[in-house]
Design a protein around this ligand. Structure first.
Ligand code: PNS
Length: 173
């Protein structure tokens, strides 16, 4: 039978526990799932593409049918290039629905063969967004429950580079 390859596109700046939850769900229903990070030179990201890629690769290393890639240009063109036939998107709340519906219908207009599949993250992740995680971390709040431990570490290093320096010298307190 034909294998279904799906892409899970997004900015992932940074990847959160909500993203990971959706990746896990997607990996159970698709034969292959490609987490596709948008390379968008117009934005001013907190983490560069290589950093986001490394974090996602580490987070997904136990999922044998999940890989991480980057793309630019139209998502539908990227999907066609890698022969993906489905796009996975998460809907956390009704407020996501309008934007996601518009994007899914526009993508369908551009590429009628590409099917968008919506999945719901676990309830405890339904309020998490990368934007809020960045804001909370920048303002010194706890992001422990919101992102995997390794991402929490990277965020702390990013916001306080001296931590990375101390760690390199084995002096983390
Ligand atoms: O993490 P995000 O910001 O919710 O992801 C949005 C993303 C990357 C899925 C969307 O912006 C996208 O697909 N961009 C690629 C350009 C494109 O295809 N635009 C037309 C969308 S209808």
């Amino acid at each position: 039978m034909k294998k279904v390859v799906a892409i899970y596109p997004g900015s992932f700046d940074p990847p959160t526990k909500g993203h990971l939850d959706l990746i896990e769900r997607g990996s159970r229903i698709f034969d292959e799932l490609v987490v596709a990070i948008l390379r968008n030179p117009e934005k001013d990201p907190l983490f560069n593409i290589a950093e986001r890629r490394r974090m996602l690769e580490t987070m997904t290393e136990d999922f044998k049918n999940v890989s991480v890639d980057t793309f630019d240009g139209l998502m539908v063109d990227y999907a066609a290039r890698i022969k993906a036939t489905a796009v996975l998107r998460g809907i956390r709340a009704i407020s996501d629905y309008e934007y996601e519906l518009q994007m899914a219908l526009m993508n369908r207009k551009l590429q009628p063969q590409l099917e968008t599949v919506f999945m719901l993250p676990a309830e405890q992740y339904s309020y998490i967004s990368s934007r809020l995680v960045r804001e909370i971390a920048q303002l010194g709040g706890s992001i422990h429950d919101l992102v995997p431990e390794m991402v929490e570490q990277r965020l702390h290093e990013k916001l306080d580079p001296s931590l990375k320096f101390s760690e390199a010298k084995g002096k983390r307190s």
